[in-house]
Design a binder for this molecule. Structure first.
Ligand code: SF4
Ligand SMILES: [Zn+2]
Length: 356
């Protein structure tokens, strides 16, 4: 079973973790981004916590995620967390319109992962900063409920509060057996309904993360799955989509398969096909995460075109325009893999069956 494999891999990874202090784990950076009101800045903030409850449970967590390796594995006091947050946010002089993205490598709305007191402190603090327009938080759907969302909105009434949820795919089978995500479309839809029900009273929005190319998926299936998932997310009322192309995180099932030659992150050409298709067919904004692009563990084309295409994707994230066609020798190799990938994938399936 995928669960057992995930748990075994996770336990091995946890043993290898070099424990870091909360200050070492906390980090922040700033870059250009697309806000609901147009081009602006985004401040990213990673705050240290005990780690994602799903990853810490007997489930073993999601097959592509290593965030637990960057977590404390023990509780952190609210005062400490608040101080770390202040140290990070005070590095910025916020002069233009800005979104603040709070990443806690888990669920901001789960009080067991993130103390209620810090949730209040951070939202209230950000609410007072003029140029901040949006506060983006992340949560699994099981922690999304009216009570907690109303509390959050009341802490930051002057801002847009966006709740980002890792839907990953609209396909329940893939989410369960290939990603080991531990929730269904029904759970996701309930969370989105809850967010939508508050829109008349609060400035609240939702975002879906969609994983591009889970393990045991061919290139062609990965493209189709990402497009289908985006269409589904828009249909049920999600406000914005963030595509997350797979990169190989250390200590994950994905890494195990990659090392055995049974998995490869998507081609950058595939990302472009997904972007252009969704730009044409969807009304809501879609953003492609470009962080691992062109690295040995991330989406890859060839040395000649990686950097150029990465730049074009970043630009398209900001403008929401179609990416124009460029030529490169690797293009035909991508086409061939896309067309033949469903046959060559068979080796992966045999290995998968051996696990379970
Ligand atoms: S992807 Fe999200 S839910 Fe899954 S293990 Fe990582 S942090 Fe937890
Ligand atoms: Zn190329």
């Amino acid at each position: 079973m995928m669960k057992e494999l995930a748990l075994k891999t996770r336990k091995k990874a946890i043993k290898r973790i070099r424990r870091k202090s909360p200050e070492e784990l906390a980090t922040t950076w700033c870059q250009e981004d697309l806000l609901y009101s147009g081009r602006g800045k985004a401040i990213f903030m990673i705050l240290p916590t005990r780690g994602c409850s799903w990853a810490l449970s007997q489930s073993g967590g999601c097959t592509m995620c290593s965030y637990l390796s960057d977590s404390l594995l023990e509780d952190i006091k609210a005062e400490k967390l608040n101080k770390i947050f202040i140290d990070l946010i005070s590095q910025y002089k916020i002069k233009e319109k800005t979104a603040v993205k709070i990443f806690i490598s888990g669920s901001f709305l789960n009080p067991e992962e993130f103390p209620e007191e810090s949730r209040k402190f951070i939202l209230e603090h950000l609410n007072e900063i003029d140029k901040i327009e949006e506060i983006i938080i992340e949560s699994r759907p099981e922690y999304v409920n009216k009570k907690i969302l109303i509390e959050c909105c009341n802490h930051a009434p002057n801002k847009i509060l966006e709740v980002s949820i890792g839907l990953e795919t609209a396909d329940d089978y893939t989410r369960k057996y290939k990603i080991n995500k531990g929730f269904t479309k029904k759970d996701f839809e309930r969370a989105i309904r809850t967010i939508k029900s508050l829109k008349k009273d609060f400035n609240i929005k939702s975002k879906a993360y969609i994983l591009i190319k889970p393990i045991l998926t061919s290139e062609k299936e990965a493209i189709q799955d990402a497009i289908n998932s985006a269409v589904y997310a828009e249909k049920i009322g999600v406000d914005r989509i963030s595509f997350c192309p797979s990169t190989i995180h250390k200590g994950t099932v994905m890494e195990e398969l990659w090392k055995k030659g049974s998995y490869k992150p998507p081609w950058i050409w595939s990302l472009i096909e997904i972007i252009n298709n969704t730009r044409k067919n969807l009304k809501i904004p879609t953003i492609m995460d470009t962080s691992g692009l062109g690295t040995p563990r991330g989406p890859y084309n060839c040395k000649k075109c990686n950097t150029k295409l990465k730049k074009m994707i970043i630009e398209s994230n900001l403008t929401q325009k179609i990416i124009p066609t460029i030529k490169c020798n690797c293009y035909n190799r991508w086409i061939a893999e896309k067309e033949l990938g469903n046959f060559t994938r068979s080796t992966t399936e045999i290995k998968y069956q051996a696990y379970g």
